[in-house]
Design a protein around this ligand. Structure first.
Ligand code: HPA
Length: 271
C-alpha cells in the first residue's frame, strides 16, 4: 500500500461524485439493507475502484454507496473483505483508509456474531465496548507504517464513548434491548469448537466474529472515532452446541437488521 494508490482510489471516487462524506458505514454479513435508506445514491463497485482488493467470486456484489441520510452525506460499504477469504490485513482495511481520505469524520461498523455470553440471545444487538484480537496479526504490522501515522497506536478506548452513549439513548427511546460487551475476533471461516467457546468465555469475550477488529485498529490509527454493533445470530453454548446452520445465521441477521438500521439512522441524526 502506498499513498499514491490511496490517492488514486480516492480521486476515482471523487470523480464519480463521492464528495466529502461525513460518515462511513461498514455493513456486515446479511446486513446490507441500510443502503435502501440512502437518498440520491451513487454506486461504485469494488472491482472498478483502482487498488481496491481484488474481488473474489462471491464479491461481485461488493460496492460502495454514497448519498444522503438524515441530511448528512454518507459512504457505505455494502460487503466487507474478510481475512478468511484470503485477504491480507492491509487489504481488509484499505477501504477504511480510502473513506477517511474522502473526508469521513466518524465510522460505524456492524457485524454478525455469535453470543458467547449466554445471558445474550440470538436476535439481540450488542454494542461493542472493547475487543480481543485473536486474528494472529495486525493491520499496522507493515514496514512503512510510519508514513501513515503512529506505529504504537493507543487502544485504551478504541470505541468512541460519546457515540456509544448516544446509541444507548437511542436504544432506550426505541425499545431496543441493547447488550454491551467484548467482541473477540477470530480468523475463521470455520466456526468454533466447544473447547474454543469455553476458552472465549474464560478470556472475557461476550461475542465472537470474524471481522471488525482490523477496521477498528485502523480507525484508531487514523484518529477516526468509531463505534461497532454486533447482531447476535447464534448462541455459543458449549454444553448444548448444535451443528452450525449458516442459513439460520443469515436469517437471524436479516430479522434483526431493522434494529441496527434504527440505531445507525438515529445516530446519524444526532451527530
Ligand atoms: N463464531 C464466529 N463467527 C460468527 C459466529 C460464531 O459463532 N456467528 C456469527 N459469526
Amino acid at each position: 500500500m502506498t499513498q499514491k494508490q490511496l490517492n488514486e482510489s480516492t480521486e476515482y471516487l471523487q470523480s464519480k461524485g463521492f464528495h466529502e462524506p461525513e460518515i462511513g458505514i461498514v455493513l456486515g454479513t446479511g446486513l446490507g439493507k441500510l443502503v435502501d435508506e440512502i437518498e440520491d445514491s451513487l454506486v461504485a463497485h469494488y472491482h472498478n475502484i483502482p487498488f481496491f482488493p481484488l474481488a473474489t467470486v462471491e464479491f461481485h456484489t461488493g460496492k460502495l454507496v454514497y448519498g444522503t441520510m438524515g441530511e448528512k452525506k454518507v459512504v457505505v460499504m455494502q460487503g466487507r473483505f474478510h481475512l478468511y477469504e484470503g485477504y491480507e490485513f492491509f487489504d481488509v482495511t484499505y477501504p477504511i483508509r480510502v473513506m477517511r481520505q474522502l473526508g469521513i469524520k466518524k465510522l460505524f461498523i456492524s457485524n454478525a456474531a455469535g453470543a458467547v455470553n449466554l445471558d445474550f440471545k440470538k436476535g439481540d444487538i450488542m454494542l461493542v465496548e472493547d475487543h480481543i484480537n485473536l486474528q494472529g496479526g495486525s493491520p499496522l504490522a507493515f514496514k512503512n507504517v510510519a508514513e501513515f501515522g503512529d506505529r504504537f497506536v493507543d487502544m485504551s478506548e478504541p470505541y468512541d464513548p460519546e457515540m456509544r452513549k448516544k446509541i444507548e439513548t437511542i436504544s432506550q427511546k426505541h425499545n431496543i434491548s441493547l447488550r454491551k460487551g467484548v467482541y473477540a475476533a477470530v480468523v475463521g471461516p470455520q466456526l468454533e469448537t466447544k473447547a474454543e467457546y469455553r476458552m472465549l468465555k474464560t478470556l472475557g469475550a461476550d461475542a465472537v466474529g470474524m471481522s471488525t477488529v482490523p477496521e477498528v485498529i485502523i480507525a484508531n490509527h487514523l484518529r477516526l472515532p468509531v463505534v461497532a454493533v454486533s447482531v447476535l445470530t447464534d448462541e455459543c453454548d458449549p454444553d448444548n452446541l448444535e451443528p452450525v446452520n449458516v442459513a439460520e445465521i443469515i436469517e437471524v441477521a436479516g430479522k434483526t437488521e431493522p434494529k441496527m438500521i434504527t440505531i445507525f439512522t438515529e445516530l446519524i441524526k444526532m451527530l
